[in-house]
Design a protein around this ligand. Structure first.
Ligand SMILES: [Zn+2]
Length: 59
């Protein structure tokens, strides 16, 4: 009988700073670094918006 392993991995969802969506790993379409932090995006267009005005989306 299969063991149902209760894995309690703490997977922190990454938040897209532009659209505020929480992304699981396979939803991440773009990654960008800004001030030593890594940001994850659901799409290239979110990343482009972020790159155009990172200050609007950080902090
Ligand atoms: Zn997005």
């Amino acid at each position: 009988m299969p063991k149902t392993s209760v894995q309690k991995k703490e997977v922190k969802p990454k938040q897209d700073p532009v659209c505020k969506k929480y992304l699981v790993e396979y939803e991440i379409r773009a990654v960008s670094k800004y001030k030593r932090l890594t940001y994850y995006f659901c799409s290239n267009s979110c990343m482009e918006k972020f790159k155009a005005a990172p200050k609007c989306y950080t902090q």
